[in-house]
Design a protein. Structure first.
Length: 205
Protein backbone atom coordinates (compact mmCIF):
# COMPACT_ATOMS: atom_id res chain seq x y z
CA UNK A 1 0.00 0.00 0.00
CA UNK A 2 1.40 3.35 -1.01
CA UNK A 3 1.81 5.93 1.68
CA UNK A 4 -1.02 8.48 1.76
CA UNK A 5 -0.18 11.88 0.29
CA UNK A 6 -1.98 14.91 1.72
CA UNK A 7 -3.32 17.47 -0.72
CA UNK A 8 -4.97 20.70 0.40
CA UNK A 9 -7.67 22.15 -1.84
CA UNK A 10 -7.22 25.93 -1.66
CA UNK A 11 -10.87 26.63 -0.86
CA UNK A 12 -13.31 26.52 2.05
CA UNK A 13 -16.08 25.40 -0.31
CA UNK A 14 -17.29 22.00 0.98
CA UNK A 15 -19.06 21.16 -2.29
CA UNK A 16 -15.92 21.68 -4.37
CA UNK A 17 -13.86 19.67 -1.85
CA UNK A 18 -16.38 16.79 -1.89
CA UNK A 19 -16.34 16.73 -5.71
CA UNK A 20 -12.54 16.38 -5.81
CA UNK A 21 -12.56 13.83 -2.96
CA UNK A 22 -15.08 11.71 -4.86
CA UNK A 23 -13.02 11.90 -8.05
CA UNK A 24 -9.77 10.86 -6.36
CA UNK A 25 -11.25 8.27 -4.00
CA UNK A 26 -9.36 5.36 -5.63
CA UNK A 27 -5.95 7.00 -5.13
CA UNK A 28 -3.76 7.04 -1.98
CA UNK A 29 -4.50 10.66 -1.10
CA UNK A 30 -5.90 12.47 1.88
CA UNK A 31 -7.89 15.53 0.82
CA UNK A 32 -8.17 18.55 3.12
CA UNK A 33 -9.29 22.10 2.54
CA UNK A 34 -8.57 25.47 4.14
CA UNK A 35 -11.34 24.87 6.69
CA UNK A 36 -9.15 22.13 8.25
CA UNK A 37 -6.54 24.70 9.28
CA UNK A 38 -6.48 27.77 11.49
CA UNK A 39 -6.78 31.33 10.17
CA UNK A 40 -4.87 31.70 6.89
CA UNK A 41 -4.21 35.04 5.16
CA UNK A 42 -6.55 35.67 2.23
CA UNK A 43 -4.74 35.26 -1.10
CA UNK A 44 -5.53 38.11 -3.47
CA UNK A 45 -6.43 36.96 -6.97
CA UNK A 46 -4.75 39.80 -8.86
CA UNK A 47 -3.36 37.91 -11.86
CA UNK A 48 -4.18 38.86 -15.46
CA UNK A 49 -5.01 35.28 -16.42
CA UNK A 50 -6.76 32.25 -14.90
CA UNK A 51 -3.39 30.48 -15.04
CA UNK A 52 -1.67 33.16 -12.91
CA UNK A 53 -4.45 33.17 -10.31
CA UNK A 54 -4.63 29.38 -10.02
CA UNK A 55 -0.84 29.10 -9.67
CA UNK A 56 -0.68 31.91 -7.11
CA UNK A 57 -3.41 30.33 -4.94
CA UNK A 58 -1.88 26.84 -5.15
CA UNK A 59 1.76 27.85 -4.61
CA UNK A 60 1.08 30.28 -1.74
CA UNK A 61 -1.18 27.75 0.01
CA UNK A 62 1.46 25.01 -0.42
CA UNK A 63 4.17 27.28 1.01
CA UNK A 64 2.06 28.47 3.95
CA UNK A 65 0.93 24.97 4.96
CA UNK A 66 3.96 22.94 3.89
CA UNK A 67 1.96 20.39 1.86
CA UNK A 68 0.96 20.10 -1.81
CA UNK A 69 -2.03 22.28 -2.73
CA UNK A 70 -4.56 22.30 -5.55
CA UNK A 71 -6.35 25.45 -6.72
CA UNK A 72 -8.54 26.31 -9.65
CA UNK A 73 -9.50 29.58 -11.23
CA UNK A 74 -12.24 29.86 -13.76
CA UNK A 75 -14.57 32.34 -15.35
CA UNK A 76 -16.65 33.37 -18.30
CA UNK A 77 -15.09 34.83 -21.45
CA UNK A 78 -17.51 36.62 -23.79
CA UNK A 79 -16.35 37.31 -27.35
CA UNK A 80 -18.47 40.44 -27.96
CA UNK A 81 -17.18 41.98 -24.70
CA UNK A 82 -13.53 41.53 -25.64
CA UNK A 83 -13.08 38.57 -23.28
CA UNK A 84 -14.85 40.16 -20.30
CA UNK A 85 -15.73 39.40 -17.55
CA UNK A 86 -12.76 36.95 -17.66
CA UNK A 87 -10.66 36.90 -14.47
CA UNK A 88 -13.11 39.42 -12.98
CA UNK A 89 -16.09 37.06 -13.38
CA UNK A 90 -16.74 36.84 -9.63
CA UNK A 91 -16.36 40.62 -9.14
CA UNK A 92 -17.99 41.76 -12.39
CA UNK A 93 -20.93 43.55 -10.75
CA UNK A 94 -18.99 44.60 -7.63
CA UNK A 95 -17.40 42.76 -4.71
CA UNK A 96 -20.67 42.07 -2.84
CA UNK A 97 -22.89 41.39 -5.86
CA UNK A 98 -25.09 38.29 -5.98
CA UNK A 99 -25.05 35.74 -8.83
CA UNK A 100 -28.36 37.24 -10.00
CA UNK A 101 -26.87 40.75 -10.15
CA UNK A 102 -23.84 39.48 -12.09
CA UNK A 103 -26.12 37.79 -14.65
CA UNK A 104 -28.24 40.95 -14.93
CA UNK A 105 -25.18 43.13 -15.57
CA UNK A 106 -23.92 40.71 -18.23
CA UNK A 107 -27.28 40.63 -20.04
CA UNK A 108 -27.41 44.44 -19.95
CA UNK A 109 -23.93 44.64 -21.53
CA UNK A 110 -25.05 42.15 -24.20
CA UNK A 111 -28.19 44.06 -25.23
CA UNK A 112 -28.33 44.49 -29.00
CA UNK A 113 -25.28 42.28 -29.61
CA UNK A 114 -25.80 39.57 -32.23
CA UNK A 115 -22.55 37.72 -31.47
CA UNK A 116 -23.49 35.70 -28.35
CA UNK A 117 -20.42 33.40 -28.38
CA UNK A 118 -18.89 32.72 -24.96
CA UNK A 119 -16.81 30.12 -23.18
CA UNK A 120 -16.24 29.05 -19.62
CA UNK A 121 -12.52 28.50 -18.98
CA UNK A 122 -10.86 26.70 -16.07
CA UNK A 123 -7.25 26.26 -15.01
CA UNK A 124 -6.26 23.83 -12.25
CA UNK A 125 -2.84 24.18 -10.64
CA UNK A 126 -1.18 21.67 -8.28
CA UNK A 127 1.82 23.14 -6.50
CA UNK A 128 4.36 21.82 -3.99
CA UNK A 129 5.91 23.94 -1.19
CA UNK A 130 9.19 24.24 -3.14
CA UNK A 131 7.43 26.13 -5.95
CA UNK A 132 6.97 23.92 -9.04
CA UNK A 133 3.42 23.28 -10.26
CA UNK A 134 1.46 21.18 -12.74
CA UNK A 135 -1.30 22.83 -14.78
CA UNK A 136 -4.49 21.46 -16.34
CA UNK A 137 -6.88 23.57 -18.37
CA UNK A 138 -10.14 23.16 -20.23
CA UNK A 139 -12.89 25.24 -21.78
CA UNK A 140 -16.53 24.81 -22.68
CA UNK A 141 -18.03 26.74 -25.61
CA UNK A 142 -21.54 28.11 -25.55
CA UNK A 143 -23.74 31.16 -26.09
CA UNK A 144 -25.08 33.90 -23.84
CA UNK A 145 -28.85 33.41 -23.56
CA UNK A 146 -31.29 36.30 -23.95
CA UNK A 147 -32.63 35.72 -20.44
CA UNK A 148 -31.83 33.52 -17.39
CA UNK A 149 -33.31 30.00 -17.39
CA UNK A 150 -33.01 27.16 -14.88
CA UNK A 151 -32.59 26.80 -11.13
CA UNK A 152 -29.47 24.62 -10.79
CA UNK A 153 -25.81 25.54 -10.62
CA UNK A 154 -24.42 28.92 -9.64
CA UNK A 155 -22.68 31.98 -11.07
CA UNK A 156 -23.46 32.59 -14.76
CA UNK A 157 -25.04 29.14 -15.28
CA UNK A 158 -28.58 30.51 -15.93
CA UNK A 159 -27.37 32.65 -18.88
CA UNK A 160 -24.84 30.20 -20.38
CA UNK A 161 -26.60 28.22 -23.12
CA UNK A 162 -24.93 24.94 -24.15
CA UNK A 163 -26.05 24.13 -27.75
CA UNK A 164 -25.27 20.35 -27.78
CA UNK A 165 -27.79 19.77 -24.95
CA UNK A 166 -30.06 22.71 -25.92
CA UNK A 167 -30.13 23.89 -22.29
CA UNK A 168 -28.48 26.47 -20.08
CA UNK A 169 -26.01 25.17 -17.49
CA UNK A 170 -28.63 25.97 -14.83
CA UNK A 171 -31.04 23.50 -16.50
CA UNK A 172 -28.52 20.62 -16.35
CA UNK A 173 -28.27 18.10 -13.53
CA UNK A 174 -24.98 18.10 -11.62
CA UNK A 175 -23.97 14.87 -13.41
CA UNK A 176 -24.76 16.29 -16.86
CA UNK A 177 -22.88 19.49 -16.08
CA UNK A 178 -19.77 17.75 -14.71
CA UNK A 179 -19.48 15.76 -17.96
CA UNK A 180 -19.37 18.82 -20.21
CA UNK A 181 -18.29 21.78 -18.06
CA UNK A 182 -14.90 23.46 -18.17
CA UNK A 183 -14.14 22.42 -14.58
CA UNK A 184 -15.48 18.91 -15.07
CA UNK A 185 -13.24 18.42 -18.13
CA UNK A 186 -10.15 19.84 -16.40
CA UNK A 187 -10.76 17.59 -13.37
CA UNK A 188 -11.25 14.57 -15.64
CA UNK A 189 -7.94 15.31 -17.36
CA UNK A 190 -6.29 15.53 -13.93
CA UNK A 191 -7.84 12.21 -12.86
CA UNK A 192 -6.64 10.48 -16.05
CA UNK A 193 -3.06 11.53 -15.29
CA UNK A 194 -3.21 11.22 -11.51
CA UNK A 195 -0.81 8.26 -11.28
CA UNK A 196 1.84 10.48 -12.90
CA UNK A 197 0.85 13.36 -10.60
CA UNK A 198 1.40 11.13 -7.55
CA UNK A 199 4.86 10.14 -8.81
CA UNK A 200 5.67 13.83 -9.35
CA UNK A 201 4.40 14.73 -5.86
CA UNK A 202 6.51 12.00 -4.24
CA UNK A 203 9.59 13.33 -6.01
CA UNK A 204 8.94 16.89 -4.82
CA UNK A 205 7.74 16.40 -1.23
Amino acid sequence: MNELISIVIATRNKGKTAEIEEMLRDFPVQIKNLGDFGPIPEIEEDGDTFDENAYKKASMTARMLGVPALADDSGLVVEALGGAPGVYSARYAGEKATDKERCEKLLKEMQGKTNRKAAFECVISIAVPAGPALTYEARCEGLIAEEPTGENGFGYDPVFFFPPLKKTFAELTRTEKSRVSHRGKALYELKEEFEKVLTWLRLHT
